[in-house]
Design a protein around this ligand. Structure first.
Ligand SMILES: *[C@@H]1O[C@H](CO)[C@@H](O)[C@H](O)[C@H]1NC(C)=O
Ligand SMILES: *[C@@H]1O[C@H](CO)[C@@H](O)[C@H](O)[C@H]1NC(C)=O
Ligand SMILES: *[C@@H]1O[C@H](CO)[C@@H](O)[C@H](O)[C@H]1NC(C)=O
Ligand SMILES: *[C@@H]1O[C@H](CO)[C@@H](O)[C@H](O)[C@H]1NC(C)=O
Ligand SMILES: *[C@@H]1O[C@H](CO)[C@@H](O)[C@H](O)[C@H]1NC(C)=O
Ligand SMILES: *[C@@H]1O[C@H](CO)[C@@H](O)[C@H](O)[C@H]1NC(C)=O
Ligand SMILES: [Cu+2]
Length: 568
């Protein structure tokens, strides 16, 4: 990052030529350990990869095989890493979803993830064990396209930068998880800071105890993005936040959105970009402003009432008269009103496939699953549920249980496909908040077309409905439609966008809204589908799909060493 563009483009050219020649295998050796870090200037015990948070960016060319040998050096804590946006075709055991596709990697153990990156685009990786993601285990995956190939970018640029957005708490992931499971709930509250490429600035640094926060620590110096006047830059932007929906802006530089979750989109221009946890975008900006001053990159919380200062970084022009480290002369942009739902809704609707890269969806679904998203209580605990069922992970990962014939390892009753939608008032507090838990899963006919409609509703508190970014493992889905209000299965499917819907792996369900998506169940494996807010998934906001596991050969031994299968 921050390299002169010429070097970058040569690097890409070299990588791309290599791809034309033959697919490469890219090996990585990672050690996961706790280290004291000053990401927002305050000292925190963070989960790092080779001592870094965020971890190193994985760079590859379409078609390459990525091999990551992960050593868990956490001493007392399990681990698992999910490669978010990579479909894992033929390697479902490498998805990294603890409890679904693999046993956790035990302290001291090594696990080798091997998978093919079959499509170009911007992806990410992060922990998928407990709430470990919020402790800092995350990073980017950048897959470049072979030039001139069918998946080459339908846009031009001179250089590129990468932006990884995050939210950051001073309390540990353990304390947060224990709070969520307490009666009554102990909620950690809004993040202390917002990070850009792992760097932020805690506003109350000076009020902390001596030694606990160092405002001049180099680890929290803001990232500087350098640009050459007149050139066009691609910014690859990803959000790994645990909680926050964000709005991202590059002061004075309108952004043309060109990629979402690894798919090219019909370009549209925005002043600022709404980005939900688990999403990635590429935008183009033109470096055409006064080069003699610096500009802010700003991230702001939206959808929840903000309690966190703007996260910032700096855009600086080569050859300008301003020192790259000098703060811009303005105050950082504060983004749109946090509660302007329709502003965010319109940006969602504007995201459709690029005209030259439309992959039409199947015209109709074989099965439709309607999922009501509610906040509930179970045994006094606060939970999230789908159709009144709150998800729990089984002790034996589904993939392991199903391949070993251990069908007693999870609830064999499938969860409900729908709810009593006709009489349901999504704006009201439910008269009875009680729900049940289950670790049952949805078994899909291999090759069938599945529609899922996610219906948002009121939470336990009156007049409150949150945004939920839903992420599907193992597939991309077509985003067929969004609405605000109650979804009507007799009305809304008639106007689905079957012409040029975008393919994504993560999509927002807006407050009191619904989102309709379609996918093909053609990737043998067991796949989580869940809200990407870490606390929500922890509280049960997810489901699991299975398709075609009988087509898989035996699983690699490494994934199978836990639960009822132990000693196998
Ligand atoms: C910073 O300190 C002030 C005064 O103690 C307090 O009101 C505010 O909530 C603190 N902000 C954060 C983000 O902790
Ligand atoms: C803060 O960090 C800087 C840079 O590492 C160091 O020189 C300085 O001594 C630190 N200040 C305190 C109070 O620890
Ligand atoms: C957003 O919240 C503010 C108060 O923070 C309120 O004045 C305004 O009416 C709200 N806007 C919408 C669209 O709800
Ligand atoms: C919900 O369940 C609790 C037990 O967890 C019970 O005490 C309560 O009466 C139930 N509420 C309703 C409305 O049935
Ligand atoms: C959820 O379960 C509660 C308690 O059994 C019931 O009163 C409520 O109607 C159910 N809600 C839905 C959407 O099925
Ligand atoms: C919720 O909204 C309704 C309608 O907008 C209003 O009548 C009611 O007073 C609100 N309730 C609370 C607790 O804010
Ligand atoms: Cu959620």
């Amino acid at each position: 990052m921050g390299r002169p563009p010429r070097l970058l483009c040569c690097l890409f050219l070299a990588l791309s030529l290599a791809a034309v020649a033959r697919a490469a295998t890219r090996h990585h050796e990672w050690e996961i350990s706790y280290q004291f870090k000053h990401s927002d200037c305050a000292r925190k015990l963070a989960v790092t990869i080779n001592g870094q948070t965020p971890g190193p960016t994985i760079r590859a060319v379409q078609g390459d095989t990525v091999v990551v040998r992960v050593k868990n050096a956490l001493l007392t804590e399990n681990a698992a890493i999910h490669w978010h946006g990579i479909r894992q075709i033929g390697t479902p055991w490498a998805d990294g979803t603890e409890g679904v596709t693999q046993c956790p990697v035990l302290p001291g153990d090594v696990f080798t993830y091997t998978f093919v990156v079959d499509r170009p685009g911007t992806y990410m990786y992060h922990a998928h064990y407990g709430m470990q993601r919020s402790a800092g285990l995350n990073g980017l995956i950048v897959v470049s396209a072979a030039p001139g190939g069918p998946d080459a970018e339908p846009f031009a640029y001179d250089g590129e930068h990468e932006v990884l957005l995050n939210d950051w708490w001073h309390r540990s992931a353990y304390e947060q998880a224990a709070g969520l499971a307490s009666v009554p709930i102990v909620w950690v509250g809004e993040p202390q800071s917002l990070l850009i490429n792992g760097r932020g600035r805690f506003v109350n640094c000076s009020a902390m105890a001596a030694g606990a926060c160092n405002a001049t620590h180099p680890e929290c110096a803001p990232q500087v993005f350098a640009v050459v006047p007149g050139r066009t830059y691609r910014f690859r932007i990803a959000s790994v936040t645990s909680l926050s929906a964000l709005n991202f802006e590059i002061e004075g530089h309108p952004m043309t959105v060109v990629e979402a979750d690894g798919h090219y989109v019909k370009p549209f221009v925005v002043k600022n970009l709404n980005i939900y946890s688990g999403e990635t975008y590429s935008v183009l900006i033109k470096a055409d402003q006064d080069p003699n001053r610096n500009y802010w990159l700003a991230s702001n919380v939206v959808s929840r009432k903000p309690g966190t200062a703007t996260g910032t970084a700096v855009l600086s022009y080569y050859g300008g008269r301003s020192s790259p480290r000098r703060p811009p002369p303005t105050t950082p942009p504060t983004g749109p009103a946090w509660n302007d739902t329709m502003y965010r809704f319109r940006q969602s609707v504007a995201t459709v496939a690029h005209p030259a890269h439309v992959q039409p969806p199947p015209p109709r679904a074989d099965r439709t699953i309607l999922l009501l998203n509610t906040q509930n209580r179970i045994g006094g605990r606060t939970k999230w549920a789908l159709n009144n069922v709150s998800f729990t992970l089984p002790h034996t990962p589904y993939l392991v249980a199903m391949k070993s014939g251990l069908l007693g390892a999870f609830d064999r009753r499938p969860p409900p496909e729908t709810y009593a939608h006709r009489g349901y008032d999504i704006y009201a507090v439910q008269p009875n908040p009680n729900a049940t838990t289950s670790d049952g899963l949805y078994r899909l006919r291999f090759g069938s077309v599945v529609d899922v409609v996610l219906q948002n509703a009121n939470m336990l508190a009156p007049n409150n409905s949150e945004t939920h970014p839903w992420h599907l493992h193992g597939h991309d889905f077509w985003v067929l439609d969004y609405g605000i209000g109650r979804f009507d299965p007799a009305v809304h499917p008639a106007t689905y966008n079957l012409r040029d819907p975008v393919l994504k792996n993560t999509v927002a369900v807006h407050p009191y809204g619904w989102t309709a998506l379609r996918f093909k169940a053609d990737n043998p494996g067991v796949w989580a589908f869940h809200c990407h807010i870490e606390a929500h998934f922890f509280m049960g906001m997810g489901i699991v799909f299975e398709e075609g596991v009988e087509r898989l050969a035996q699983l690699p031994r490494e994934v199978t060493g836990c639960g009822k299968n132990n000693g196998h």
